[in-house]
Design a protein around this ligand. Structure first.
Ligand SMILES: [Zn+2]
Length: 233
């Protein structure tokens, strides 16, 4: 039954979005879903080509041992368009495609370690926002990452976004911090205890969101934090 529904869904998606690359419109082979390999490899600017520990030029909070981004955000360009499609058009497959590219890039970073108990932590959405948007894009990006780095992902019941934050675009750093303060609740601290958590999100801007989540995870007993995002503004 589940397979039936899935294939119907896939069929519908293909009617609305024919099997061509969302970026360059080239016809896609069956093994590639939404974005062609050529675009994933060449269309965007790599954010951290030298494999630095912290891709953004800022001071990281205590406990954050890696902050990694795949591509530089190109305002008004292909990447912005792609991330917008991912966020608002329920294109789960796009999230998995770019999540896979993100994972492949992440494991090349010399500061990436997979030697403690690891946990993938997509930034959760507030349930009201999730209902409106239909799904959480960070969750699908993390599924793509997971196909490269085979580690568990946090249960969606263990970590909640308890504050329905306003969109942060145009906010000052101070306003962003206030807006996101106490937004997350680790409902099941045992799920994160002693683990190195890889926070997964679409865009890293000021770090207000991921740093707040990092603080909540560390407070609940997480060992260390890595942050990985598709884009960096
Ligand atoms: Zn393409």
């Amino acid at each position: 039954m589940l397979i039936g529904i899935k294939s119907i869904q896939k069929g519908l998606i293909e009617v609305v979005f024919p099997h061509t690359c969302l970026v360059c419109s080239a016809k896609l082979p069956d093994s590639e879903y939404f974005v062609c390999r050529n675009c994933l490899q060449n269309k965007f600017e790599i954010a951290n080509p030298d494999g630095k520990q912290f891709s953004a030029d800022m001071i990281m909070p205590e406990g954050v041992i890696l902050q990694h981004a795949l591509w530089n955000f190109d305002k008004g360009g292909y990447l912005q368009d792609l991330l917008h499609k991912l966020k608002y058009h329920r294109l789960a497959g796009v999230g998995e495609d770019i999540g896979r590219a993100l994972g492949q890039n992440l494991i090349k970073n010399p500061f990436f370690r997979n030697d403690t108990e690891m946990l993938l932590v997509p930034v959760p959405l507030h349930k009201r926002k999730k209902r409106i948007r239909g799904y959480n894009q960070a969750y699908y990006i993390s599924k793509g990452v997971q196909s490269v780095i085979d580690i568990p992902r946090i249960s969606q019941k263990a970590l909640l976004r308890v504050k329905n934050t306003k969109t942060q675009t145009g906010f000052t750093l101070e306003k962003r911090r206030k807006n996101i303060e106490k937004a997350f609740l680790v409902k099941d601290p045992k799920a994160v205890e002693g683990k190195t958590c890889i926070i997964v999100d679409d865009v890293f801007t000021t770090g207000a969101t991921t740093f707040e989540l990092a603080a909540s995870l560390l407070h609940a007993g997480a060992f260390k934090i890595m942050i990985t995002t598709v884009a960096q503004a």
